[in-house]
Design a protein around this ligand. Sequence first.
Ligand SMILES: Nc1ncnc2c1ncn2[C@@H]1O[C@H](COP(=O)(O)OP(=O)(O)OP(=O)(O)O)[C@@H](O)[C@H]1O
Length: 249
Amino acid sequence: MSEPVLEIRDLRKSFNALKATDGVSLDLKPGQIHALIGPNGAGKSTLIHQIAGTLRADSGTIRFLGRDIGGLDMAARAQLGLARSFQISSLAQEFSALRNVMLAVQAKKGSSFRFFRQVAGDKSLIEPAMAMLERVGLAARAHVPAAELSHGERRQLEIAIALALSPKAFLFDEPMAGMGPEGSKQLTRFLDGLRHEAPMLLVEHDMDAVFALADRVSVLVYGRIVATGTVDEIRSDPEVRRAYLGEAA
Ligand SMILES: Nc1ncnc2c1ncn2[C@@H]1O[C@H](COP(=O)(O)OP(=O)(O)OP(=O)(O)O)[C@@H](O)[C@H]1O
């Protein structure tokens, strides 16, 4: 069995009396899409925040590529290859799509800060940035400001930025939100191909997307994982159907 890329053990986070993360353990293995589902307020985003480093866990461990990253900040985790996207937009709205991706390429290179006008013509940034835009189907819109892109195009741009970081794992928080049926189908196809680039922890309410994509599904309710398994196992679990899928068991 291959080693997990991401290994979460007994993670806990409270907001006053509320246990938002209540002893969560999960593994993300190479090539996998591991979906995290659960009702509103179950603690899915809180969990993603702790893994990404925007929120500090109260206790428990987060190992990424074999290393305990609990003490690292978000930037250090991103530098190691943990790419987070969606829900909170990472785009600089006034900058073109190309410039947004160039900034990500520059950040990945870890180069010391320079004013953008000094690097605007830098081929070592433009070429990889354009390649990312091509991959996500946005090359023709490279020079359009992010603010003028459609919702679906902004999602594509966010993926291009995530790809520019050469991620070793993706954390995606509700990528399908607001996409519409056709957009969701396209994004589902795209994410399906991405699993071979890096495994993905996917928080998603769109069950069609989850059931089409996930190798494993974990169900979170009140901060606890109440079930974990394949799509078929989760779909046929009577407790999950009762607690979350809204069906009579
Ligand atoms: N910073 C905070 N301070 C206090 N309570 C918080 C904070 N962040 C989240 N919570 C609470 O923690 C619980 C889990 O919230 P979280 O946003 O993680 O749920 P979720 O499963 O992502 O929900 P949704 O599906 O609606 O996005 C909720 O009860 C929420 O109100």
